[in-house]
Design a binder for this molecule. Structure first.
Ligand SMILES: *[C@@H]1O[C@H](CO)[C@@H](O)[C@H](O)[C@H]1NC(C)=O
Ligand SMILES: *[C@@H]1O[C@H](CO)[C@@H](O)[C@H](O)[C@H]1NC(C)=O
Ligand SMILES: *[C@@H]1O[C@H](CO)[C@@H](O)[C@H](O)[C@H]1NC(C)=O
Ligand SMILES: *[C@@H]1O[C@H](CO)[C@@H](O)[C@H](O)[C@H]1NC(C)=O
Ligand SMILES: *[C@@H]1O[C@H](CO)[C@@H](O)[C@H](O)[C@H]1NC(C)=O
Ligand SMILES: *[C@@H]1O[C@H](CO)[C@@H](O)[C@H](O)[C@H]1NC(C)=O
Ligand SMILES: *[C@@H]1O[C@H](CO)[C@@H](O)[C@H](O)[C@H]1NC(C)=O
Ligand SMILES: *[C@@H]1O[C@H](CO)[C@@H](O)[C@H](O)[C@H]1NC(C)=O
Ligand SMILES: *[C@@H]1O[C@H](CO)[C@@H](O)[C@H](O)[C@H]1NC(C)=O
Length: 743
């Protein structure tokens, strides 16, 4: 009777799902993003579910960040009836329905989908671990998919689940021949790779012709079967029989030649109203060595991912990863809660944007070690490499690390230091010929080959300022002066360059290179002057007070000269370029003045810009500058961090949220978009979204919270004083330096 009643209730409930967004047939929390991260850990393990106005988990295939399909299929059988829950497979000669998606949710580490398959709901959790304090774990290029079930009609149901990946996880050129094998141990592992590999060589469309994809699951019951073979055959076999043949296809062939897939089927058994333990899969992509790095005298060094210092076989690392799922999930939940709590203190819009950005930012980096002469790993030599992604394949682009810097500081400043270190090391070898800071240490990831010809994309003021700002920021945040100490002379050299070139910046590009070069850019001058002042602080930290005061006075004098050049004739805003009073821009470089607590620029500059942005915002935010109507989401949020009016701050953050949730974009979150109509421009999946997590926002909120607390405490104290004279002395000890006056 009870079961029947709850069946009726759940029928009613499931038939009145209210669409939250036009065209969206499920609940999307916190919102429907342009693309949902599924397995996003490195530049080459990057699987997404693109959304547009809404795409269910079984409404399309997962894709690499560039849009190439990475075949990832999932089916479930409930009491003998088959449903697809993952991917968009057609299976000839087999009958199945699509499970109906009920919800999608993303956090900083997870994307969770609930789909209904008849009397059973299927929960699919994609966990891409975020392990900022455990560099070996963060370096392990794997993600989890966990699938669990519960009965929604109160009854018991027999459930089997199937999943496979295709050779598309190896390369987008489907004519290339792949080979594969299956290891059967505590964990079953399918391994697949190109037959003909080339180290460190991408093979078009940002995929790499080196390394292996892995799909694994623990054998925890007798009800596990596996198989490799043609996609339609294996999927049909499962749909018809509920299990696989435990056989291996040994006919190595092209990726698209009868698409070989690498599959598992689990007999989950009887499912009732309690959620089952999840069936856990891991998917990964491993190259070794991972990065080729230039050292002294034009020599190259091979570098391996950090996890290799703890494992000699990938299979062991995978088994450990799978066994760790429960703990990994609870660590992930902790990170999610921390990010959510910190960010929602600013606003709900902000919390959603930050959560969507975390995996994307970390998915661009690889944490590496070198080997000692005896072949063992040197865990004292940690270097982090970042791929620029989509705007180019440059390695450790300084003006891409720079916008991501706030998130790096927040997650673990050491990651930031280890990203700057290869840039410092390379330039300290003397092989880079320019007197300003290099743009990157290699044109094509993962070849960190430097630019001994000096022909990297020239951003002289931009990158010199960025290096100085980030180097000081790391030292301030951690109290660790080792990097600024070691590279003091390089930092000084770049400061000398800024002293000559930043007040009146020559015709050059800034990080926003797509907007073209320009002379006398106000915002570049801001960066250069902050860079000079940063060196004054660095000199002070290193005990050189005369250098510090010299650079300090240069910076102050530049600020006052700058102010005369940079303000429009009507005094209402900063100009884009000196002398052009009708021009203006997002002066996002002012953020560094706040980040480094320099107070170089006067409050009046901040309030002038705040008022101006309020008056020029379009539907999707403030344009980058007067040359175009597009903007950059990272710079919107950087600007939000220093405006002095909460409504302008929320407008800037809200604009980025509007863009990210509008349903017009169908690609991993872009940072460059139109402010008039929310259309994404070419960039996607870039790590610069780390700039969506700007530190002073939190500090501002903390200050507010403390101020509110103080006010309440004062009232509390007054109340107590009225009501109970005897509590007075104990309260006074709680609040030293204050006396309680009777009103
Ligand atoms: C939502 O359901 C309607 C009606 O079945 C369908 O036309 C529409 O395409 C669905 N939208 C999505 C995003 O699946
Ligand atoms: C489907 O069944 C038909 C008839 O039995 C057969 O000719 C065909 O080869 C099958 N297709 C696949 C993909 O198995
Ligand atoms: C392997 O790849 C290299 C470089 O892409 C190519 O020159 C070579 O011919 C290939 N070898 C085979 C056997 O396909
Ligand atoms: C899984 O483990 C069970 C128990 O050890 C064993 O009987 C079975 O053959 C294993 N299954 C596979 C697919 O390796
Ligand atoms: C599975 O095994 C059965 C029995 O040997 C065989 O008839 C069938 O063709 C196999 N199916 C596949 C897809 O390997
Ligand atoms: C740049 O600004 C300086 C200082 O005001 C000025 O002398 C120079 O003519 C400007 N250059 C251009 C192209 O406006
Ligand atoms: C201050 O710095 C400038 C620019 O580098 C240099 O020319 C000058 O000698 C320095 N003065 C002192 C007192 O160090
Ligand atoms: C997208 O933006 C337009 C323009 O502001 C708005 O009318 C529309 O409702 C938005 N769509 C969604 C799904 O938010
Ligand atoms: C959005 O605005 C840009 C710039 O005006 C324009 O090029 C583009 O076509 C617009 N896109 C849509 C979908 O209206």
């Amino acid at each position: 009777m009870l079961a029947a009643a709850s069946f009726v209730v759940s029928l009613i409930v499931s038939s009145v799902i209210v669409p939250t967004v036009r065209g969206l047939n499920w609940t999307a929390t916190p919102f429907n993003p342009p693309s949902v991260p599924l397995a996003v850990r490195t530049p080459y393990l990057s699987a997404w579910l693109n959304q547009g106005e809404g795409t269910a988990l079984n409404g399309d295939w997962a894709t690499f960040w560039n849009g190439q399909i990475v075949g990832w299929a999932g089916f479930v059988k409930v009491d003998g009836k088959a449903y697809s829950f993952l991917g968009n497979a057609g299976v000839p000669n087999a009958t199945f329905d699509k499970a109906v998606q009920k919800s999608s949710t993303f956090t900083s580490t997870q994307s969770v989908f609930v789909l209904n398959a008849g009397p059973v709901d299927v929960t699919v959790t994609f966990l891409s671990p975020v392990e900022p304090d455990d560099l070996p774990k963060q370096s392990f290029p794997f993600a989890y998919m966990a699938v669990s079930f519960y009965s929604i009609d109160g009854g018991s149901h027999s459930v089997q689940v199937y999943s496979d990946i295709s050779g598309e996880w190896v390369l987008g050129d489907l004519t290339r021949t792949i080979e594969w094998s299956t290891q059967i141990q505590d964990a079953l592992t399918h391994q697949v790779q190109l037959q003909n590999q080339t180290n460190f060589q991408e093979g078009g469309a940002d995929r790499i012709q080196q390394g292996s994809a892995y799909y694994s699951t623990l054998n925890q019951s007798s009800g596990l079967t596996y198989q490799t073979g043609p996609d339609v055959d294996l999927r049909a076999l499962f749909i018809n029989q509920g299990k696989l043949n435990n056989t291996q296809d040994s006919n190595f062939r092209a990726i698209s030649d009868n698409f070989p897939v690498f599959a598992y089927a689990h007999d989950v058994g009887t499912v009732n109203t309690f959620t089952t333990d999840p069936v856990v899969y891991s998917v990964g992509f491993v190259r070794d060595p991972a990065v080729e790095y230039i050292v002294a005298n034009g020599q190259f060094q091979d570098r391996s991912l950090y996890f290799w210092s703890q494992f000699t076989e990938v299979q062991d690392a995978i088994t450990s990863f799978l066994n760790d799922y429960k703990d990994a999930l609870s660590r992930a939940n902790e990170i999610d809660t921390k990010v959510e709590t910190d960010a929602s203190a600013v606003s709900e819009d902000y919390a959603g944007i930050v959560a969507l950005s975390v995996r994307q930012m970390l998915g661009s980096i690889e944490i590496t070690l070198s080997k000692k002469s005896d072949g063992s790993f040197n865990t004292d030599d940690v270097l982090v490499f970042m791929k620029e992604i989509s705007s180019s394949g440059n390695v450790n682009t300084v003006d891409v690390i720079y916008p991501a810097w706030p998130a790096l500081l927040y997650l673990n400043p050491t990651l930031g230091k280890d990203l700057l270190e290869p840039l410092f090391q390379y330039q300290a070898t003397g092989q880079y010929p320019n007197k300003y800071a290099a743009h990157d240490i290699g044109s094509s990831y993962p070849q960190a080959h430097g630019h001994n010809d000096g022909n990297d994309e020239p951003m002289p003021v931009e990158e010199s300022g960025n290096m100085l700002i980030m180097a000081l920021s790391y030292a301030q945040e951690t109290g660790d002066n080792s990097q600024i100490q070691k590279y003091e002379s390089l930092l000084d050299q770049w400061t000398q360059f800024l002293i000559t070139d930043s007040l009146i910046p020559a015709n050059q590009i800034s990080t926003d290179d797509f907007a073209g070069p320009l002379e006398n850019q106000t915002n570049l001058a801001i960066k250069g002057i902050i860079g000079i002042k940063a060196m004054a602080q660095i000199a002070s930290l290193l005990g050189d007070s005369s250098k510090s005061s010299n650079y300090s006075s240069v910076a102050s004098s530049y600020v006052s000269q700058w102010q005369d050049l940079a303000v429009s004739a009507d005094g209402r805003h900063l100009v884009l370029a000196y002398g052009d009073s009708s021009s203006w821009d997002l002066s996002y470089n002012l953020y560094a003045d706040k980040l480094l607590k320099l107070n170089l620029f006067s409050d009046s500059v901040y309030s002038m810009q705040t008022a101006w942005y309020k008056s020029v915002a379009n539907t999707f935010g403030v344009p980058l500058d007067t040359r175009h109507t597009y903007t950059k989401s990272d710079w919107e949020i950087w600007t939000a961090a220093f405006v002095d009016d909460r409504s302008v701050r929320d407008m800037l953050i809200g604009s980025v949220k509007k863009f990210a949730s509008n349903g017009t974009s169908k690609q991993p979150l872009g940072d460059w978009y139109e402010t008039t109509n929310g259309t994404a421009e070419g960039f996607k999946a870039r790590p610069v979204v780390g700039g969506h997590r700007t530190l002073p926002l939190q500090r501002l909120e903390l200050t507010l919270a403390v101020a509110i607390l103080r006010r309440h405490r004062a009232r509390l104290l007054r109340l107590r004083c009225y009501s109970s004279y005897s509590c007075l002395s104990s309260l006074l000890t709680l609040w030293p330096g204050r006396t309680c006056s009777f009103m």
